[in-house]
Write a protein that binds this ligand. Structure first.
Ligand code: MN
Length: 272
């Protein structure tokens, strides 16, 4: 499956890998954007001040530097290999701006839904430095554990309700990686370098493509195998919330009424 080329913020070019029509199939994940460019014109505008309510954003940088500032007074600098985890909860207004005028900018932003009871929680924010992300090393495999746990390695961030797993996988040529996954969890793999064979049928997934993993009875994990040039991919999985999803731009709630309230609160300056 291929993402949609789009732009967001002040004209930042990106590929929307997880689009709105996949929100139910990939519940609790609402969106995944991949950005990767050597052309400053594609990113220099950044994402000026904008609001969020009702979910979490997880930004993972591969290359480049991005400065974050929000209405709660937090600020941080994303550098290669680091993560910013932001729980918008009842609301933040923030900006995400490049802190470079040339060079490569590459990474991902995942939107993770919050359960209904947590949507109006106090905002929370954490920068996770490159050295703070634990890694598991296997035969020809490096797994950076951004959320959840894998092969006995536990990430800094755990989510009790959605049990999110977020791995960045670096596979040498021909290397194999297995990850058990609970049957009912929704999961997908996005390949960003090389070719990766996914599952028993060894369907080959090419770079800039996403594979949605089966969640049918008997699906209890995934086996990945890198092609001749090795591969790099992110593997993301979580337990579905099975709650109504109503999205209006940067607000994701359970009902239309809550969306109207979010827009009203934003316009009245009550969001931040
Ligand atoms: Mn944002």
């Amino acid at each position: 499956m291929q993402g949609q080329a789009t732009s967001d913020g002040a004209g930042v070019k990106l590929v929307r890998v997880l689009t709105q029509d996949l929100q139910h199939r990939l519940d609790p994940f609402l969106m995944l954007d991949a950005f990767g460019t050597d052309n400053p014109g594609d990113y220099i505008g950044g994402f000026p001040d904008h609001p969020h309510r009702g979910f979490e954003t997880v930004t993972y940088m591969l290359e480049g530097r991005m400065r974050h500032r929000d209405s709660a007074g937090n600020q941080g600098l994303l550098v290669p290999g680091s993560v910013q985890w932001m729980t918008a909860g009842r609301g933040v207004i923030h900006s995400e701006m490049p802190e470079q005028e040339d060079g490569r900018m590459e990474g991902f932003q995942l939107w993770l839904n919050l359960p209904a009871r947590d949507k109006m929680c106090a905002p929370w924010y954490r920068d996770i430095g490159t050295a703070e992300i634990p890694e598991w090393q296997g035969d020809g495999v490096l797994a950076r554990v951004i959320a959840g746990h894998s092969h006995g390695v536990t990430a800094l961030v755990q989510r009790e309700t959605t049990q999110v797993l977020y791995l960045d996988l670096h596979l040498e040529p021909g290397a194999r990686f297995e990850q058990p996954l609970p049957t009912e969890h929704n999961a997908f793999v996005y390949v960003y370098r090389g070719d990766l064979a996914v599952g028993a049928g060894e369907q080959t997934v090419r770079p800039q493509r996403m594979a949605i993993l089966a969640n049918t009875p008997g699906s209890d994990g995934v086996v990945l195998k890198a092609g001749a040039d090795g591969a790099r991919a992110i593997l993301i999985a979580g337990r579905p919330l099975k709650e109504p999803i109503v999205q209006h731009g940067p607000f994701v709630m359970n009902t239309r009424h809550e969306i109207i309230q979010a827009v009203d609160d934003f316009r009245a300056g009550r969001l931040a």
